[in-house]
Each structure stands twice: as C-alpha cells, then as structure tokens.
Design a protein around this ligand. Sequence first.
Ligand SMILES: [Zn+2]
Length: 65
Amino acid sequence: MPAYDFRCRTCDAAFEVTRSISDDSVASCPQGHTDTSRVFTPVAVGGTASAPAPAGGCCGGGCCG
Ligand SMILES: [Zn+2]
C-alpha cells in the first residue's frame, strides 16, 4: 500500500499515512485534526543520471530466440 505525505493546516504537522490508493477519505493528523491536505512530493525525475545503456549482444547474437 502506498504511503502519502499529509500536512495539517491546524498544527502544521507533517505526517505520513499508508492507505489504499482508492481511499480518498480525510486523514487526521497525529493530534486529531482533520483539516489536512495531502502533500504531493515530486518524484525524482531526470537529474544527471547517465546510466550506460546495456550494450546489445544478447538478442543480436541469437542466444534468445
Ligand atoms: Zn494537527
């Protein structure tokens, strides 16, 4: 089950809730406040990742079919 980051607007606490992806109900903060909003943390994309592409040599050599 995925975990979501929430932030409480009442006490400004950040907390994490693990719930079903289809569960869109209100998450209450550890203090019990229900005025919370989900925080969308951007997934690390791009950057300077430069993993070398695997060189051909398997399927080109007739070893897999
Ligand atoms: Zn709170």
